[in-house]
Design a protein around this ligand. Structure first.
Ligand code: ADP
Ligand code: MG
Length: 268
């Protein structure tokens, strides 16, 4: 039997004492799942992803990843933290805060080098990723001088370079032009088909049919509002309205299978 990758038990987080940004979330995520964290702005999606990525530590409740409790002490174990960081890749909403090298090539080689690859192995790995992502032409560029979409592609290449089994994407299509958004969705789908566990945070209901078999809804009280099959969540207009992820104009037509979900936004 498979054991969960992530096991959350009343997981809570406070940036400031007494103000919970995430409250009492209990759930498990299994290997290979395709999950969307859905909820309005400020509900706690990014906070939850940062907890799952071991960048923040629970201020209440418990988080276990790969069967081990994640806290300051366990992540202080350098060997465990290194393995953890290789297994869980997190693509931030804002690529600027995640890039620190002076060339795109260095940025993408950084992870493989940190994993212990030789320079030539890391360069080979970076070349493969740049080709896969379609950014071969950017190798010598300064990451901070790239466009938003290019930066995002560089970050994705850098994260995939260490071949993580879990991928966390925070609002992956935000700020991208329509063609790049479509490219992004197809890439995420391809990664999940390759067996990656995909956890996407978004406030955008339109992404659900594309990127979720399972939807976890977080409400404005920072609590778990629902956790279920994507098709069931999409059909539950009352729940979606209450969670503030749709407004009254939305009509969701779901026919049979997940693939046939159409979301229409009516004119006022
Ligand atoms: P989401 O990603 O769903 O938009 P966030 O996880 O970013 O939500 O934020 C959840 C709550 O935590 C919000 O009320 C937000 O204002 C607060 N918050 C987020 N980051 C910080 C921070 N660094 N310091 C203080 N409060 C924060
Ligand atoms: Mg967010």
């Amino acid at each position: 039997m498979l054991s969960p990758l992530f096991a959350l038990n009343k997981l809570s987080y406070e940036y400031q004492p007494g103000k919970r940004a995430l409250a009492d979330v209990t759930l498990q995520i299994m290997p290979g799942e395709k999950v969307v964290l859905l909820g309005p702005n400020g509900c706690g999606k990014s906070t939850l992803q940062k907890l799952l990525a071991g960048l923040l530590f629970a201020t209440g409740g418990l988080l276990q990843v790969f069967g081990r409790e994640i806290n300051e002490r366990t992540m202080g174990d350098k060997a465990f933290a290194a393995v953890f960081r290789q297994r869980v890749g997190f693509v931030f909403q804002n690529s600027d805060v995640q890039m620190f090298c002076s060339s795109v090539l260095d940025e993408i080689m950084f992870g493989p080098l940190a994993m212990g690859m030789t320079a030539s192995q890391a360069r080979q790995r970076a070349a493969e990723l740049m080709e896969l992502i379609g950014i071969d032409g950017l190798a010598g560029r300064l990451p901070h001088h790239l466009s938003g979409g290019e930066k995002k592609k560089v970050m994705i290449a850098a994260i995939l370079a260490t071949n993580p089994e879990v991928l966390l994407f925070d609002e992956p299509t935000n700020g991208l032009d329509p063609r790049t958004q479509r490219w992004m969705i197809q890439l995420l789908q391809q990664l999940q088909r390759q067996g990656k566990t995909l956890i996407t945070a978004t406030h955008c209901l339109e992404l659900v049919p594309e990127l979720a078999d399972r939807v976890i809804v977080i409400n404005e009280q920072h609590r778990l509002a629902a956790d279920g099959k994507a098709i069931d969540i999409l059909r539950d207009k009352k729940l979606l309205l209450a969670a503030n992820v749709i407004d009254e104009r939305y009509h969701i037509h779901a026919h049979g299978t997940d693939a046939a979900v159409h979301i229409h936004q009516e004119e006022r």
